[in-house]
Design a protein around this ligand. Structure first.
Ligand code: HEC
Length: 117
């Protein structure tokens, strides 16, 4: 009986691990697809490398946390975060675009990379 309970617990733990890893896989952004969108819609202001921004008041995105970037874009899109420029841009992005862009910019080396590691 005890043995059986142990097996049940083990199975539940395994099931949870499998579920959470497939959740991550489904939500992880695609860097190459993110780069494509970025090269069309973001480079003008955030720089081709995510560092050399058009104006010092424009944030660097390279090396920023993936989830921070995704959160910022989602908030611009929903109106939780307001900015005259970014609200319009984020409104055109799909959930997938946002995940891909976040993966792309967080993968680029930048000043914030050193702080993160
Ligand atoms: C016309 C210029 C312009 C373009 C094009 C542009 N941005 Fe922005 N972006 C800005 C400015 C200005 C801010 C700062 C807004 C604020 O203060 O909230 C900003 C802020 C952001 C932030 C928040 C960063 C932080 O540190 O809080 C993210 C993320 C972002 N942009 C991503 C993108 C992505 C991805 C694209 C392309 C799809 C893009 N931006 C296109 C000008 C631009």
């Amino acid at each position: 009986m005890r043995e059986m309970m142990k097996k049940t617990v083990l199975l539940k733990v395994l099931a949870a691990a499998v579920l959470s890893s497939s959740y991550l896989a489904a939500h992880a952004g695609n860097i190459a697809l993110g780069r494509e969108v970025a090269n069309q819609a973001c480079v003008a202001c955030h720089g081709a490398d995510g560092v050399k921004v058009l104006d010092p008041s424009y944030p660097m995105l390279a090396g920023q946390y993936d989830d921070f970037l995704a959160r910022a874009l989602t908030d611009y899109k929903s109106g939780n975060r307001k900015n005259a420029i970014m609200t319009g841009i984020a409104s055109t992005l799909s959930k997938e675009d946002i995940a891909n862009l976040a993966a792309y910019y967080s993968s680029l080396p930048g000043p914030m990379t050193f702080i993160r590691r």
